[in-house]
Design a protein around this ligand. Sequence first.
Ligand SMILES: [Zn+2]
Ligand SMILES: [Zn+2]
Length: 268
Amino acid sequence: MILYDYHLHTNFSSDCDILPEEMIKSAINKGLKEIAVTDHMDFLYPDKNMPFTIIPSEYYPYLYELKEKYMDKINIKIGAELGYQDTAVDMLNNFCKEAPFDFLICSIHTISGLELYGDSYYKGKTKEEAFYGYFSYIKEGIKLFSDFDVFGHIDYVNRYGGYSDKSLEYEKYKDIIDDILKMLIERDKGIELNTSGIRYNLGYIHPKIEILKRYKELGGRIITVGSDSHKPSDIGFKFDDARKLLIETGFDKITVFEKRKPEFIKII
Ligand SMILES: [Zn+2]
Ligand SMILES: [Zn+2]
C-alpha cells in the first residue's frame, strides 16, 4: 500500500470539523508513514458563510506543534490546498511566502466568482462550454501563478454540474489537456492522484487514466497521492487501487515534499 497521504483536511478548512489531531491519529492507526495536511486557502471564495481561509501565523505553529508531538510515530508535512482565481494572484503569491510550507497544491474550485461546487458555474452553459472553460482557466492560470507543487484533482470539472451525462470525454479536450500537462512539466510542477473521485461516484480516481497516461508519456514524473479526506475514516482511501493504477500506467515512484523540494519514493 502507499503510505503517504498528501491531501487531507482538518477543521482549519471551512468544510471540515475534525481536529487535526484526530486525522493524525487515524493516519497512525492505518499505518501510514507520512501525511501532508493541506487545508483550504481559497481567497475571494464567493460563499461568505464558507470563507475557506487560513492564517499562516496561526495554522503553521499549531500544526508544527503536532508534528513534533507525533514525530516518533508519523511524519507530518505542513501544506495547503490553494484555490486559484485570476483575481487572487497577488494574495496567493503573498500567502506562499508567509510560512515555510512543505507542500502546496493548486486547485480550481471557483471560476470568475462562480462555484463549481453548487452548480453556479455550470448554469447556462453546455457541458462542452463548461468543461472547455474550466481547462482554459487552468491554462491561463498557470501562466499567472505557479508557486505550487502539484495541480489538484485536475479533472475536477466533471464532479458537479447538472448534466445527465457528466462524463469527461477525453478525446474532446485532449489538445488543451496536453497544453496544460506540458506547461506543468516545463515548470517542474506535478499532478496528484486524488482518490476522492471514487467517493464522489465518478467511478475513477482523479485524473482519468487517459490523462495520467498522457502525463507520463509527456515526461511527467512528479505525482503525489491523496485521499482528499475530510474525515478520519477516509485517510488512505483506496490507496491500494491508486498504487495499482500508477504501476499500470508506468510509474514506479511517487513524490513527497520537504520544504517544497520533491523526493521520490519507490512503490514497486
Ligand atoms: Zn479541492
Ligand atoms: Zn481538498
